[in-house]
Ligand binder design. Structure first.
Ligand code: NAD
Length: 424
C-alpha cells in the first residue's frame, strides 16, 4: 500500500503535531509499517457544530462545539468533553489521539475520541450551562452511543454536566442508556471511585515509578500544579502515602511550605472559597512557574497543557515527573528532561486511571450490577500497575524514554488490531 507519511519537523506549532512527533518517533523505533502509521495520523471523524443558546439576559450567543473520533480500532471511541475558552479543532484532535493511545496502554476495549465547547464555564450561570450541554448533546446525538462513542468529564465539566448529557441523550433516543457517558453521579449509574480515579492513578503510578528509580516515598517531597479533580485527589492520595506535598497551585495562586502543606485544610478552604486557592494561608505565595522548578523529588503537573517548556525544563529539580494533566510537557522539552536524567511518567499512562474507572462504570451499566468502592479501587490498582509495568518494559527493551515506551506499548496493540481488521 502506498503511503504519504510525512515526518513532522522539530518545531511544533500545534498540539496535534506534538502528538504526531512522538508517534513518529515511537513508530520508527518499533519499526511500524508506514501504512499503519499513516492510518493513525488521521482522525476517523471530526464534527464541528454551532450552538445558539438563549442567555439569562435574553440575548442569543452562538457557541462552537467539537467532537473528534480519532480511532475505533480497539472498540468504541472514548474521551472527555472540555469546556474552556481555548478549545479548538487542533486541541480536540490531539486530545482524541491521546485517548487512542491511552486506552490501548490501559488495555481497555476502546478507541479514542474527545470533545469540547469553546466557552468560559466560570462566567456562565447554571441555567446557561445546562442549556449549552443539552444543545451540544442533541447536536452530537448521532455521534454518541453506548457502543459508538462514549464521552466523560474533562476540564470544566463534571458529574453535573454528565447527568444533563445522559438525560438529554435518553430523551432524544427514547431509551434508558446510562452507559452512553461515564463520570455520572452515582445515583444515575456512576461508579464508586470514579471521581478520585485519575488522582488515584497518579498516586499509583508515582509509587511504582519511585520504586523503580529508588526514591523512598516515605521521605519524598512533591509539588502538584492544579487543584481541580486530578490535582486535589492526587495531592490527597499522595499525602495519604506519607509523601510531603510542599507546593500546590491553581489558576488563582500557588503556595509553598517546606514543612508540608496541610492538604485537608486546602480542600476545606477551596470548598468554602468558590473552588479557588487564592487567599489560602497554609504556605508562602509563589508563582506557578516557581512551582514547576521548585526543589522536590516528584513534580505532578495536573492543570493545563504546555507548562513544561524548553525554557523552564533546564531549571526543573524534580527527579520524577508524573503527568496528571494531558500534554503538560511540550515536545521540545522532552529531550532536555531526558538529558537531565529526569524520569517522566507520561500523561498517556499516568492519567489513565480516569478512563480505566470510566470503563468499569460502562461495564457496570451494561451488567446492571454495581461494585463497592474497594472493589473498584482494587481493580483499578491492578490495571494501573500492569500498564505501568508494560510501559516500563517497552521503554527498557527499546532503550527509550517512558513516553516513547508508552507510545510503543499502544502501537503494538493498535498495529495488531488494524491488521486483523484489514482496514482498507
Ligand atoms: P479541573 O477543571 O477539575 O481542574 C483544573 C485545575 O487546573 C483547577 O484547579 C484550575 O484552577 C487549574 N488551572 C487552570 N489553569 C491554570 C493555570 N494557568 N495554572 C495553574 N493552574 C491552573 O480539571 P481536571 O479534570 O482536574 O483536569 C486537569 C488536567 O487533567 C487536564 O489536562 C485534563 O485533560 C486532565 N485529565 C483529567 C481527567 C479527569 O478524569 N478529570 C482524566 C485524565 C486527564
Amino acid at each position: 500500500m502506498a503511503t504519504t507519511t510525512k515526518k513532522t519537523e522539530a518545531t511544533h506549532h500545534s498540539m496535534f503535531d506534538a502528538v504526531l512527533a512522538r508517534l513518529d518517533k515511537a513508530a520508527e523505533l518499533f519499526g511500524l509499517d508506514p501504512s499503519v502509521a499513516e492510518i493513525l495520523r488521521h482522525p476517523k471523524k471530526e464534527v464541528k457544530v454551532s450552538l445558539p443558546i438563549v442567555m439569562d439576559n435574553g440575548s442569543i450567543q452562538v457557541f462552537e462545539g467539537y467532537r473528534t473520533v480519532h480511532s475505533t480500532h480497539l472498540g468504541p471511541s472514548k474521551g472527555g468533553i472540555r469546556y474552556a475558552m481555548d478549545v479548538n479543532d487542533d486541541e480536540v484532535r490531539a486530545l482524541a489521539a491521546w485517548m487512542t493511545v491511552k486506552c490501548a496502554i490501559a488495555n481497555l476495549p476502546y478507541g479514542g475520541g474527545k470533545g469540547g465547547i469553546k466557552c468560559d464555564p466560570r462566567k456562565m450561570s447554571v441555567g446557561e450551562l445546562e442549556r449549552l450541554t443539552r444543545a451540544y448533546t442533541r447536536a452530537m446525538a448521532d455521534i454518541f452511543g453506548v457502543n459508538k462513542d462514549i464521552p466523560a468529564p474533562d476540564m470544566g465539566t463534571g458529574k453535573r454536566e454528565m447527568a444533563w448529557l445522559v438525560d438529554e441523550f435518553n430523551k432524544v433516543t427514547g431509551e434508558d442508556q446510562p452507559g452512553v457517558t461515564t463520570g455520572k453521579p452515582i445515583t444515575l449509574g456512576g461508579s464508586r471511585g470514579r471521581e478520585a480515579a485519575t488522582g488515584r492513578g497518579v498516586m499509583v503510578a508515582s509509587l511504582a515509578a519511585m520504586k523503580k528509580i529508588g526514591i523512598n516515598h516515605k521521605t519524598a517531597t512533591a509539588a502538584v500544579q492544579g487543584f481541580g479533580n486530578v490535582g486535589s485527589h492526587a495531592s490527597r492520595l499522595l499525602a495519604s502515602k506519607n509523601i510531603k506535598i510542599v507546593a500546590i497551585s491553581d489558576h488563582t495562586a500557588a503556595f509553598h511550605n517546606e514543612k508540608g502543606i496541610d492538604i485537608d485544610a486546602a480542600l476545606r478552604y477551596v470548598a468554602q472559597n468558590g473552588n479557588m486557592l487564592k487567599g489560602f494561608t497554609g504556605g508562602d505565595e509563589i508563582s506557578n512557574n516557581d512551582l514547576i522548578t521548585c526543589n522536590v523529588d516528584l513534580l505532578v503537573p495536573a492543570a493545563i497543557q504546555g507548562v513544561i517548556t524548553a525554557a523552564n525544563a533546564k531549571d526543573i529539580k524534580a527527579k520524577l515527573i508524573v503527568e496528571g494533566a494531558n500534554g503538560p510537557t511540550e515536545a521540545e522539552a522532552d529531550a532536555i528532561l531526558n538529558d537531565k536524567g529526569i524520569v517522566v511518567v507520561p500523561d498517556v499512562l499516568a492519567n489513565g486511571g480516569g478512563v480505566t474507572v470510566s470503563y468499569f462504570e460502562w461495564v457496570q451499566n451494561k451488567y446492571g450490577h454495581y461494585w463497592t468502592e474497594d472493589e473498584v479501587n482494587a481493580k483499578h490498582d491492578i490495571s494501573m500497575n500492569q500498564a505501568f509495568e508494560n510501559v516500563w518494559f517497552n521503554s527498557q527493551q527499546y532503550k527509550t524514554s517512558m513516553r516513547i515506551g508508552a507510545y510503543i506499548t499502544a502501537l503494538k496493540k493498535l498495529d495488531k488490531a488494524i491488521r486483523y481488521k484489514g482496514n482498507y
